[in-house]
Design a protein around this ligand. Structure first.
Ligand SMILES: C[S@@+](CC[C@H](N)C(=O)[O-])C[C@H]1O[C@@H](n2cnc3c(N)ncnc32)[C@H](O)[C@@H]1O
Length: 286
């Protein structure tokens, strides 16, 4: 591949290559790769379109373009993802945080705006994107996050340190809420919810780069919800609220499980595309 050595032609070339390869985020990916290696930003495309790119930088850009064309997301190439305005680091043991999950953060912050919780539990914390974002907004809250993956807990610990909330963020390896003695006014979770048989049909970006432990929700995609709802009976304060992220077609199934578990569904919140995405749950007394 021979790449143009001026900014704007290079940008058009990468964007076209990604579009031709069927990459939906072609424009954004082209910009991120160029910015990573040149520090030239969006504005430079207009104010400095002929900026020259050195041969050594072009060689590094070319290497990353090949990786992207072979199906590796840019967030995996650079091990970083912006979520709720914060930069989270990723590793092969963590899910790449999704924009849809910002809906959960937004709704929790909104619903508890008048009375921020003292403690938050995040089951399946991954990179820590949900828990750390909430701690960043609620400066007095203590966060508790657990994950079955040791690598995810190591990554969340490092993110909590880098983003300045480590002194209020308690992280440990475990399965859902087991062995936890506290109760919580707020529980959040984005559990693995893909039915095992559907994993093969996911895009190669997801299938080949997100860890299976973060995706697979058992034969019907609902295993984690069953476990979490069982643990929540013990862990959710009588007056507490829980917010669970669900898959695009799981609304009815999850609502049935919530009610069978003796909880009340307070609301189902859509994501930006209008898809039911977050179920708000209480014990039913509030
Ligand atoms: C869909 S990912 C969500 C990660 C992160 N909260 C986010 O929103 O990006 C689900 C997480 O649950 C974790 N997990 C899977 N099974 C678990 C279990 N039995 N106990 C605790 N965590 C589990 C996975 O390792 C993964 O980090």
């Amino acid at each position: 591949m021979s790449l143009p050595n001026r900014l704007t032609p290079l940008y058009h070339h990468l964007r076209h290559s990604f579009w031709s390869a069927g990459i939906e985020t072609a424009d954004l990916d082209a910009r991120i790769i160029i910015r990573y290696h040149t520090q030239l930003d969006w504005g430079d495309l207009i104010t400095n379109p002929d900026a020259k790119i050195s041969p050594s930088k072009l060689a590094r850009i070319e290497f990353d373009v090949e990786r992207r064309l072979s199906g590796e997301p840019v967030s995996r190439i650079y091990n970083t993802r912006e979520f709720w305005g914060l930069d989270f680091q990723l590793c092969p043991d963590t899910l790449d945080p999704r924009p849809d999950t910002e809906t959960l953060v937004e709704i929790a912050l909104d619903r508890l705006a008048g009375k921020p919780p003292e403690r938050i539990l995040d089951m399946g914390v991954g990179t820590g994107c949900i828990l750390i974002s909430l701690l960043n907004d609620w400066e007095r809250a203590e966060g508790y996050g657990m994950d079955k993956s040791f690598g995810a807990i190591r990554m969340a610990t490092s993110n909590a340190q880098r983003l300045g909330v480590a002194d209020r963020c308690h992280l440990w390896v475990g399965s859902w809420g087991e062995a936890l003695g506290l109760t919580f006014p707020l529980i959040v979770s984005n559990p693995p919810y893909i039915p095992v048989a559907a994993i093969e049909s996911l895009s190669r970006e997801v299938r080949n780069h997100d860890p299976i432990l973060a995706l697979a929700g058992g034969p019907d995609g609902l295993d984690a919800f069953r476990s979490i709802l069982t643990e929540m009976k013990r862990l959710l304060d009588r007056e507490g609220l829980a917010f669970l992220e669900i898959g695009y077609d799981q609304r009815d199934d999850v609502l049935r499980l919530v009610e069978e578990s003796g909880f009340r569904v307070k609301d189902v919140h859509p994501d930006l595309a209008g898809v039911p995405r977050v179920v708000e749950i209480s014990h039913g007394d509030n």
